[in-house]
Design a protein around this ligand. Structure first.
Ligand code: SAM
Ligand code: DTB
Ligand code: SF4
Length: 333
């Protein structure tokens, strides 16, 4: 039995900004110790879920997200492609499963889902990947409640739609949609009984206060998102954020630890940016409560550590991949 050292966590959705600020600003090792304790109270800390990403439609997106290499308006080296065939997707899903992944996330460079043949095709993909025995996740831009219901009927397990940053900083990063649009899609997903995957990115020039406010918005959702991806910006040549310096790994670990304390039951995903991090920095994130990674040479369009490197990391740290569908039911506060 893990000793809680006076640090027992509880599932709460009524966090205040002062509380989040004082947790975020704890001395780093104290913050990590507290997060690690709470992590062990709610999860088996030897397990990390391995997820695989696949870009099913790449590039040519009409949005202006300043971090994104897939926005049509930026000159990047991304090779665009139309919607993949069902065969290609199913083959990748089988390969991902064989390589140990239990969750498969399909991403499309769309502003929003439209009710057309392409959406019907994505529904077929969702059904097929579900049959492979993987948790199916999709990230397709904005969805209506009706579209979310269709995705749920097809067997979609999770929908990824990130807040990306604070409401205040959002307009500096994206001007082609509003924060409320993001929140509405998240509500539509919830109403359709799909689990919610929602997090953000650090390293885009936001202030500490922006990071705290974003975490506050996530942690006051009731229920919390079942999955919270924390991304470090991958600064891609040709995007407006191409010259941003790499994220300081202490700051990254601080985000992970704070997310773990605020949303103790959620899966906290150490997402984009691992290639720029040392294995020791990743170990600190696992200690602080990160319990999922994206594995495979590629994220959606940018490189990621190889499976061999990740296997070596898991062996060195004594971590094992987590089984699929192990999530508990979403729980209201
Ligand atoms: N078009 C859909 C949307 O915007 O929701 C889905 C795909 S989009 C690529 C999914 C998420 O990937 C974004 O919300 C963002 O958080 C993350 N992302 C995209 N480019 C990134 C980058 N260069 N560095 C870190 N995260 C990134
Ligand atoms: C998330 O939060 N991060 C993943 C997943 N959800 C879809 C995407 C990261 C993309 C990084 C940039 C790229 O590879 O294009
Ligand atoms: Fe389009 Fe999504 Fe990239 Fe924004 S993040 S430009 S919506 S693909």
């Amino acid at each position: 039995m893990t000793s809680l050292n006076g640090y027992a966590g509880s599932l709460r959705c009524d966090w205040t900004k002062d509380e989040v600020t004082s947790i975020y600003q704890l001395p780093l090792l104290q913050l990590i110790y507290r997060a690690a304790t709470i992590y062990r109270q709610f999860h088996d800390a030897s397990e990390v879920q391995v997820c695989t990403l696949l870009s099913i439609k790449t590039g040519g997106c009409p949005e202006d997200c300043a971090y994104c290499p897939q926005a049509a308006r930026y000159q990047t080296n991304v090779e665009t492609h139309a919607l993949l065939s069902l065969e290609e997707v199913v083959e990748k899903a089988h390969k991902a499963k064989e390589a140990g992944a239990t969750r498969f996330c399909m991403g499309a460079a769309w502003r929003e889902v439209r009710d057309n043949k392409e959406f019907d095709h994505v529904l077929t993909m969702v059904k097929a990947v579900n049959h492979v025995g993987l948790e199916v996740c999709a990230t397709l831009g904005m969805v209506t409640e009706e579209q979310a219901k269709k995705l749920n009927d097809a067997g979609l397990y999770a929908y990824n739609h990130n807040l990306d940053t604070s409401e205040e900083y959002y307009k500096n990063i994206i001007t082609t949609r509003r924060y409320e649009d993001r929140l509405r899609t998240l509500q539509n997903t919830r109403k359709a009984n799909i689990t919610v995957c929602c997090g953000g990115i650090i390293g885009m020039g936001e202030s500490i206060e922006d990071r705290i406010t974003m975490l506050l918005t996530l942690a006051t959702m009731d229920p919390h998102p079942e999955s919270v991806p924390i991304n470090a910006l991958v600064a891609v040549e040709g995007t407006p954020l191409e010259d941003r310096p790499p994220v300081n790994t202490w700051e990254f670990a601080r985000m992970i630890a704070t997310a773990r304390i605020l949303m103790p039951k959620s899966m906290v995903r150490l997402s984009a940016g691992r290639l720029q991090m040392s294995q020791e920095a990743q170990a600190l994130c696992f200690l602080a409560g990160a319990n999922s990674i994206f594995a495979g040479d590629k994220l959606l369009t940018t490189p990621n550590p190889s499976r061999d490197e990740d296997e070596a990391l898991f062996t060195a740290l004594g971590l094992k991949p987590r089984k699929a569908f192990k999530h508990e039911e979403s729980e209201s506060c």
